[in-house]
Write a protein that binds this ligand. Structure first.
Ligand SMILES: [Zn+2]
Length: 298
């Protein structure tokens, strides 16, 4: 979506309220010194393209400069027309204390979207802003092919080149680990989180604690197929807003209305004719929801 909105626009200015002494010396914009350098380097640049890597957004300015936005828990990027508040400005309801506010857009004006910590003023009068209630997001500039922690991410499951053989080789790096932890290991495969891993395993009929090396080949094939299916479905429904996620237009995704197992503890299994019940356990420090009847443990 951002790739339809941003390319071709020029960055005219950058504003941020991130900061604080604990960030001194850090390589991201919460360090005030870093931010002032960041601002000098990106103002005047044109956005060439945008892509996603795992849960992060990469805004490419030219081949030597890329803005990296780590959304973390609560960050979400929004796009629209914003105004900087002055003393005399009339602000939308719920935005009285905010330094920036969106103009004439009900979805963006949802007070949920009001925690604006970073604003890019773009050509054509639009703004790209980062709303981040808990201030966990991280933004930095990658220059001249510098290495980043994104280089350690596994392949994107929706990539055409990501086939079953690659998937199998990758997950067998952790043969004795529970399948749920392996699917969520971002260094093996990028972008499968807690919700998607529960849904993938429910649909594939395999228990989250199953050991990778013990699972039969046909089950692994099913998991592989369902990873692609459910991630594509997530995109079709514009993401999952169980937690804080919003689309750049400020609107919630709808994948949460299609959960079959996630956060349904104690309810009846939705698989036709199953008759099982949804349980919740902890696997690798994360909650796992599964059907006690049709999800087999290997
Ligand atoms: Zn079931």
């Amino acid at each position: 979506m951002l790739n339809d909105l941003l390319p071709g626009r020029k960055i005219l200015d950058v504003w941020s309220s991130y900061g604080g002494v604990i960030h001194r010396g850090k390589n991201h914009i919460k360090n005030k010194k870093y931010f002032s350098q960041f601002r000098k380097k990106v103002v005047g640049e044109k956005i060439e393209s945008v892509n996603r890597r795992g849960k992060n957004v990469l805004i490419h300015l030219n081949k030597n400069k890329t803005i990296l936005v780590h959304m973390k828990m609560t960050g979400h990027l929004l796009f629209g027309k914003y105004q900087k508040a002055g003393a005399e400005t009339k602000k939308p309801e719920g935005w009285e204390k905010e330094p920036w506010f969106p103009i004439k857009n009900k979805a963006l004006q949802d007070p949920f979207n009001r925690f604006i910590r970073l604003v890019f003023t773009l050509s054509n009068g639009k703004h790209l802003v980062l709303s981040d209630v808990r201030k966990f997001a991280k933004v930095c500039l990658i220059e001249k092919g510098e290495k980043t922690d994104l280089d350690d991410l596994g392949p994107e499951p929706l990539d055409k080149n990501f086939n079953f053989e690659i998937f199998k080789t990758i997950i067998l790096h952790r043969p004795n680990s529970p399948i749920k932890s392996v699917l969520m290991d971002q260094g093996l495969i990028a972008g499968i989180g807690n919700i998607y891993s529960d849904e993938i395993l429910w649909l594939s009929g395999i228990h989250p604690e199953s050991r990778v090396s013990k699972a039969p080949e046909e089950k692994l094939k099913l998991i592989f197929k369902n990873i692609k299916l459910l991630l594509a479905k997530g995109i079709k429904f514009k993401g999952d807003s169980t937690s804080d996620y919003r689309n750049p237009d400020g609107i919630r995704g709808a994948f949460q209305y299609h959960h079959k197992v996630y956060q349904r503890k104690g309810e009846k299994c939705l698989k036709k004719g199953c008759g099982g019940k949804i349980s919740r356990i902890v696997v690798g420090g994360r909650s796992a929801h599964f059907c006690d009847r049709h999800q087999k443990k290997y």
